[in-house]
Ligand binder design. Structure first.
Ligand SMILES: [Zn+2]
Ligand SMILES: [Zn+2]
Length: 281
């Protein structure tokens, strides 16, 4: 995993334009195809091994699958179309207020002062407000304005692949009796089909990426940090405030849909530090 990250970083730095042109469509297509493949596999082949397809539970499972898919694709799209660059700010907010100049820093590439916690992305070619990282799966940078969508995107990806894995595992397990498992004595005629075992292993690999991304986002949320300053607690205002800072004023309602309006607490130019008495929003 680290090797892949090191390679992508190297390629991104070496030829940013080419990297964006190739990696973005491949990564986005990968998410779309993988999601459809696993939903189809899960609903048409794995779940019918456990549930009656004419029953209520199967219909409820379809509703959950559609809700999860809607939130995966909805948050992915919202992430992509939400501008989180410093340029997205109104013109008068793109300059420090009197007395705050020392908190801003100069970007050599954009050639102007930038707000605290923003930094330049060579792929987006601009400075990003509270930049977290550049995500090829949403084909954009993750920062102050779209981190809410990225958080729920990783959450629903992990939830979907995790739930699919659990049901897949149970469907495979039903081919073995408890005494088989205790004695490790598996009868040949009672083994699960090869495709079920193969897709369970595939599901395990696919689960790893969104699960680790979601755990990273939760770690970032706990300290109100970014992937850039991962261990820093400089802006940690407590778990609840940190969560609101990312998802906005509607907090848990944002779980329902990316279309839920949830204004952020501030515009991303002024940041309260931990135990700071100066509160400016
Ligand atoms: Zn810049
Ligand atoms: Zn970027």
């Amino acid at each position: 995993m680290c090797f892949i990250l090191a390679c992508t970083n190297y390629l991104a730095r070496r030829n940013p334009k080419m990297f964006v042109r190739i990696s973005h469509p491949i990564a986005v297509l990968f998410v779309i195809l993988t999601t459809f493949f696993f939903v189809g596999l899960h609903m048409f082949y794995v779940v019918p091994q456990l549930l009656d397809v004419a029953g209520l539970m199967y219909k409820l499972d379809w509703l959950l699958a559609i809700f999860t898919m809607y939130n995966i694709f909805g948050n992915m799209l919202a992430c992509h179309i939400t501008n989180t660059s410093v340029e997205s700010l109104p013109k008068d907010r793109q300059f420090p207020e009197p007395g705050e100049e020392h908190l801003w820093h100069y970007c050599d590439i954009c050639q102007k002062l930038m707000p605290p916690r923003s930094w330049h992305c060579i792929l987006c070619k601009c400075c990003i407000l509270k930049r977290d990282h550049h995500c090829i799966f949403t084909a954009t940078c993750i920062g102050h304005n779209n981190q809410r969508y990225f958080f729920w995107f990783t959450f629903f990806m992990a939830l979907g692949t995790g739930a699919a894995w659990a049901i897949h595992f149970i469907a495979t397990l039903q081919y073995f009796s408890f005494s088989d498992l205790i004695s490790s004595d598996f009868h040949r005629d009672n083994l699960p089909p090869y495709w079920l075992v193969f897709t369970l292993i595939l599901n395990s690999y696919i689960l790893a990426a969104p699960l680790s991304s979601m755990l990273l986002q939760i770690s970032v949320l706990i300290l109100n940090g970014t992937l850039h300053d991962f261990n820093s607690d400089t802006y940690d205002l407590g778990l609840w405030e940190n969560f609101k800072m990312i998802v906005g004023k509607q907090v848990f309602w944002t779980f329902l849909s990316p279309t839920v309006k949830s204004p952020l607490l501030h515009d991303g130019t002024q940041w309260n530090e931990k135990q700071s008495d100066i509160i400016k929003h």
